[in-house]
Design a protein around this ligand. Sequence first.
Ligand SMILES: NC(=O)C1=CN([C@@H]2O[C@H](COP(=O)(O)OP(=O)(O)OC[C@H]3O[C@@H](n4cnc5c(N)ncnc54)[C@H](OP(=O)(O)O)[C@@H]3O)[C@@H](O)[C@H]2O)C=CC1
Ligand SMILES: O=C1O[C@H](COP(=O)(O)O)[C@@H](O)[C@H](O)[C@H]1O
Length: 568
Amino acid sequence: MAAFSATKCPSYSYSSSINGGQKQRFAFSSSSSLRFSAPAKAKVFLQSPRDSHQAAVLMQDGVVVSEVIHKEIETPKENSKDDLLSFTSTKELDVKAGFDGNENESTVSITVVGASGDLAKKKIFPALFALYYEDCLPKHFTIYGYARSKMTDAELRNMVSKTLTCRIDKRENCSEKMDQFLKRCFYHSGQYDSEENFSQLDKKLKKQELSASSGNGWTRVIVEKPFGRDSESSAVLTKALKQYLAEDQIFRIDHYLGKELVENLSVLRFANLIFEPLWSRRYIRNVQLIFSEDFGTEGRGGYFDNYGIIRDIMQNHLLQILALFAMETPVSLDAEDIRNEKVKVLRSMRPLRLEDVVVGQYKSHSRGGVTYPSYTDDKTVPKDSLTPTFAAAALFIDNARWDGVPFLMKAGKALHNRGAEIRVQFRHVPGNLYNRNFGTDLDRATNELVIRVQPDEAIFLKINNKVPGLGMRLDLSNLNLHYAARYSKEIPDAYERLLLDAIEGERRLFIRSDELDAAWALFTPVLAELEEKKIIPESYPYGSRGPVGAHYLAARYNVRWGDLDIEQ
Ligand SMILES: NC(=O)C1=CN([C@@H]2O[C@H](COP(=O)(O)OP(=O)(O)OC[C@H]3O[C@@H](n4cnc5c(N)ncnc54)[C@H](OP(=O)(O)O)[C@@H]3O)[C@@H](O)[C@H]2O)C=CC1
Ligand SMILES: O=C1O[C@H](COP(=O)(O)O)[C@@H](O)[C@H](O)[C@H]1O
């Protein structure tokens, strides 16, 4: 397990493990699954279509997967799970037979599906560049963008080049590295359901892969959330994926699991004696999971309007954080052990009721001479859309540890700030000797642990402290671990970590299908009710703190949103 605390690249990396030979490759392995270091050739598909049903269609048609698998397996049978298993065991044989891991023979081909979109531009290409810069990609790699939009290779490179940056501490040869990286990026335009278009792509990939000598390798598909719209469509998607892929080839990505402070949650809890004893209903009064963005959909409403904020953020990002926060101690840091614990939490959750949900939608607002648009001003959104751009919810985990503790979630677009945080509010000190020093508002004197996921990562603990002086005045002060002050290294983007993990076959931070089922079981009934009853979202002005209903919801459970206090 020590491998997890080591720096990923170069010490825990594809390239160093390749160069380090077979033994070292496995020494770094934290799970029984095979690592990328074994095969000499591989393909990774990054699936990021706007509509997850597209993914289902894509997989059902078997275009990407069956095509590749047929070419990769020497003796392909039917497209069955058994085939994939025999494929896996072939890889294992390779490893056991002592594949020498010659770096020159290694190649990875990455296809970014939906490459013309926001995610590809903003996160995936920059993350791949960062991995390239850090020498975390194999020597021979090719990246293909794939989408319906017409683009030449040069146009893709131009689009991508605008979003590439080097880390502040890594400016050396930056533009040269960018040029080298862009030369490895190509584009192929095609439909998502066209076998012919994907075959053309496959031919192009093969051309690029000529320098790799091995006839086998692995194929992994990274699928973006949201995985369906509800339990039923998610099951269809899972079934379609499993028709062609074994579960260990499917990487359901939730990039919040790759954020530094979310990864740190388990460290904070399980590597420090002081927190774990407090981590229960006995000491914790409520937990708040808060996501906010200070911009609206801005032209991306086409994707968003079909999903809404509950499916876009709550059912995945915030719920995953909740599961990690609340799980019991896993047997080990192995992917399956962690996910076993997360799924238990999700299955212990009380079904979410409509009365425990508040939905909102932003409206136009003018400030400082600038008029900010309504959600429905977005040209890609129907004028009468009832899709929530804000939601707050009160959730409960009906198990011995968390019985009765409200877990409050809040997520919204076009709010007053951008941020994501976890707030843990502790109970009042019983029989507090200093009660009279606090006045009547005991809430202001409760301890609060804040894990600020972004921006400006920090962990701080609010404690009561004596204000220095001759009198006896107390104030609430922060014990503050401010990352920028403590660590000089820039924090990698979540996609860097997760793409590297997928390349290395590390599944710890990806969603297993039973976790997904449990997550949908929790939200599907309430989502259906919201839609059937055509619940009208509460309006809130663009740039505000969200609808007032969120305060009433919290107050019903005796909670005050911590992010709205003046001193946060
Ligand atoms: N944007 C972000 O920061 C993040 C996004 N995601 C996820 O990534 C996925 C894509 O989001 P994002 O890139 O923001 O979305 P965009 O709308 O910006 O881009 C999606 C791309 O997919 C293609 N596409 C496929 N099917 C459709 C369709 N039915 N309608 C329109 N376009 C379609 C389009 O390309 P073309 O028309 O050329 O085929 C488009 O460029 C979503 O599942 C989202 O949840 C996850 C994390 C962060
Ligand atoms: O998954 C998504 O996340 C982004 C926010 O990601 P962040 O890392 O920038 O916080 C959100 O804008 C998008 O709507 C959603 O699909």
